[in-house]
Design a protein. Structure first.
Length: 358
């Protein structure tokens, strides 16, 4: 009897909790509102790992044996909100994206990204993979307002082929994905004609759209990926996103961020400072300094400026600060301890002084 009551009670509690957590999503379906990704102050740290499988066994046709051997450019990626798109299937690629796909040069793309502050949150680079088969990884942050990730990697050699992801949302139904692996197929940026890995390049005029390359597309026997005997190309790579840490206000973001590694921490600090100057995050702003850990160098405030080195003409003056705590292994290194400034001016020289001193 006692037992039955308990079970019933538990069942009721479960239902109540469930009802409380489920809220209506205006677009349809339900989301778990209590764990919604979009709370303010939410910050999530992910690892991206790219594993490529371009081998002669999987892709025997035209497999480049000689110079250049099969490899992959560095990967350029970013996290962003819905107002940004790196590329889009069936749409023409932007100039910087096409350039990267054709040449592997990232500079134009980086420049075009630099002017899109606000829509972008974090940027990351994965080192080159120097063989057809290999792996590479990096880490990045997303937050409640910027939950999508995009990236691209050039296939080398190739006319303008690449692999990548366009706006993959790491927040799914109100929750941050724990771990997700996505197969990748080659894409054609549509800016350079050429059917094979090593065929000479000439611009496609007018520029085509970004297309997925399949065993049937381009529908041409000479195409390096044209395999009429199979239905689907095997994925040429896989990308895995793994959630490393999730910070929210009530989880005490700052204490936890202290445990991050030096590079991650300095990157985050920079981000927070940027945002607080643009008045975005009040939650994180207060405490950029609190993020510094006990391993980091800490310095005093600046001393007053020293007197000018010259009473006549242009001189220099210094101010200094002291190390309060030396940097320890893995900590942030000390900022400059001396600052120098020009001081004085020619107009301060009295004629008598400069003439008769000697
Ligand atoms: C993305 O961020 C920018 C800058 O903060 C903002 O103007 C834009 O409305 C955002 N887009 C979406 C879809 O939220
Ligand atoms: C961030 O902090 C600085 C000083 O600590 C302050 O001047 C600024 O107003 C703060 N910004 C916001 C958005 O709270
Ligand atoms: C400024 O500091 C440098 C050493 O960093 C020192 O040589 C120089 O004399 C200082 N100048 C003044 C005006 O204190």
């Amino acid at each position: 009897m006692m037992h039955t009551k308990l079970v019933l009670l538990l069942a009721m509690v479960t239902i109540t909790v469930h009802l409380a957590m489920v809220a209506c999503d205006p677009i349809g379906g339900t989301v778990f509102s209590e764990e919604s990704c979009h709370q303010t102050g939410m910050l999530v740290f992910y690892r991206i790992k790219l594993v490529t499988s371009w081998s002669k066994k999987l892709f025997p046709k035209h497999y480049p044996e000689f110079r250049p051997p099969p490899h992959w450019s560095m990967t350029l990626g970013q996290t962003h909100n819905d107002s940004f798109q790196l590329f889009q299937l069936k749409h023409s690629a932007s100039m910087p994206v096409a350039t990267f796909a054709e040449t592997g040069q990232a500079a134009p793309l980086e420049e075009s990204l630099a002017v899109q502050q606000g829509v972008l949150f974090d940027e990351f680079r994965l080192p080159k993979i120097r063989k057809g088969k290999g792996e590479s990884e990096a880490t990045f942050f997303v937050d409640g307002k910027h939950s999508s990730v995009s990236f691209m990697t050039k296939i080398i050699p190739s006319p303008d082929w690449f692999i990548g992801l366009d706006s993959f949302n790491l927040c799914s139904r109100g929750r941050w994905l724990e771990k997700v692996t996505i197969p990748l197929n080659p894409l054609d940026a549509g800016s350079s004609s050429g059917l094979t890995f090593t065929s000479p390049k000439w611009p496609t005029n007018p520029r085509g759209v970004v297309e997925q390359i399949t065993a049937r597309y381009p529908l041409h026997f000479a195409s390096s990926f044209f395999y009429p005997e199979i239905k689907h190309l095997p994925p040429i790579a896989h990308v895995t996103f793994t959630k490393m840490k999730e910070y929210s206000n009530h989880n005490n973001v700052h204490k936890k961020v202290k445990k991050l590694k030096y590079k991650q921490r300095t990157k985050l600090l920079k981000k927070i400072k940027q945002q607080s100057t643009s008045g975005e995050t009040d939650v994180m702003n207060n405490t950029a300094n609190e993020i510094l850990s006990d391993k980091d160098c800490q310095v005093s405030t600046w001393s007053a400026w020293s007197p000018c080195s010259k009473t006549c003409g242009l001189g220099k003056r210094n101010r200094t600060r002291n190390v309060l705590q030396v940097q320890r292994l893995g900590g942030v290194e000390c900022p400059p301890l001396v600052e120098t400034q020009w001081c004085g001016s020619a107009s301060q020289c009295s004629v008598i002084d400069s003439y008769f001193r000697w």
